[in-house]
Design a protein around this ligand. Structure first.
Ligand code: PLP
Length: 350
């Protein structure tokens, strides 16, 4: 395998222009693929081709029986490669699997799969200092045929990896968000709390409409009353109160974000009170700082939220507020190995 050749690793590390990478798929050496049949998972194999030969009646295609995850591998200053909180993603994909009746993935199989696929693609883990990372995308779906609406009898679990660039080339840049009163991303007792492909299909049109209206982000309210703040299209909502509390939404229809969980732990560690509770839309204008959080970007400051004719301005016009900036700095320093991994969030690959 290419990656077992240290010279090739070195050549790629030296010749790639890591600073030009964006968040886009790029081919690597291989992905890893497992099949579940007759009640058990096979041993998995590294597959070079980025194509799958799939049955035309696979449940993933017809009935959306599919869930995915997103996490990252980081290369530290000494060159070591570590994955960030992969056990959380293992737990979450199994919570998704249970919700839509897919075969679950034992945590040790999941962790082993992550290590194998990253190891086989070592030269695609960007060097320290570029801000770029190796994005890891696990995907679990029904690959067995089924014409009646029933769970598949066969499942495929793959993990693909692809290098992605630093989201912020300069400092953290604040963005505007829009609230639509004629779109919801999830139903009250639906599937908003699990990471299903179908949830994203439902969000494509409102996301497009937001973009067309000049907003990079859309903020969803609770689907029952449109009274409480839920989350952004692909990231959780968090705010800092004027007296320095970390506040984030509590609702059965939001996705439990690994980033939000980590930021809450970090905030508590730094002595900040943390509140997980309902947040009324009217409360937005009382906050000192607002942000979205997720794996891809960690923190996106939000300085303006628009709903119909109402415009709410929060935090500094330019850049990021001081509390969020401080959380961001500590969080990313742990990821890059520049600060002590006090919560044991990193798993070495070697
Ligand atoms: C994936 C996702 C997030 C972010 O979760 P992280 O684990 O922090 O990446 C937030 N909201 C939704 C709807 C998501 O699908």
């Amino acid at each position: 395998m290419l990656s077992e050749n240290p010279k090739k690793v070195l050549v790629l590390l030296m010749t790639m222009d890591w600073s030009k990478l964006s968040f886009a798929y790029q081919d690597t050496n291989c992905h890893i693929r497992y099949t579940w049949k007759n009640g058990q998972w096979d041993r998995g194999e590294l597959v070079k081709s980025p194509y799958i030969n799939l049955h035309i009646a696979a449940t993933a295609l017809h009935y959306g029986q599919a869930a995915f995850e997103g996490m990252k591998a980081f290369r530290d200053k000494a060159g070591n490669v570590r994955v960030f909180r992969a056990e959380m993603n293992a737990a979450r994909i199994n919570s998704s699997a249970r919700q839509i009746m897919m075969a679950e993935i034992p945590e040790d199989l999941f962790m082993d799969a992550v290590k194998r696929v990253v190891k086989a693609n070592m030269e695609f883990v960007p060097p320290y200092g570029t801000g770029a990372t190796l994005y890891i995308r696990p995907l679990l779906f029904g690959s067995g045929p089924q014409i009646g609406v029933n769970p598949a009898k066969e499942y495929t679990f793959i993990i693909l990896v692809t290098p992605v660039g630093a989201y912020y080339k300069g400092g953290l840049t604040p963005m505007r968000a829009i609230v639509f009163d004629d779109h919801d991303r999830a139903a009250p007792f639906g599937t908003g709390h699990v990471k299903l492909g179908g949830n994203y299909a439902a969000s494509l049109l409102p996301h497009h409409l937001a973009h067309e209206a000049g907003f990079p982000m859309d903020l969803y309210l609770d689907p029952v009353e449109h009274k409480y703040v839920e989350e952004f299209g692909t990231s959780n909502f968090l705010a800092i109160t004027k007296d320095g509390k970390y506040v984030t939404s509590k609702s059965p229809s939001i996705l439990p974000s690994v980033t939000n969980d980590g930021l809450c732990k970090l905030a508590e560690h730094l002595g900040m009170p943390v509140e997980r509770r309902r947040i009324a839309f009217e409360e937005l204008e009382t906050f000192a700082e607002i942000a979205a959080c997720g794996t891809a970007v960690v923190i996106t400051p939000v300085n303006e939220i628009v709903r119909g004719s109402k415009v709410i301005k929060v935090g500094p016009r330019e850049g990021c507020g001081p509390v969020l900036q401080n959380l961001y700095n500590h969080y990313t320093a742990i990821q890059w190995g520049d600060e002590k991994d006090v919560f044991a969030w990193l798993t070495p690959i070697d």
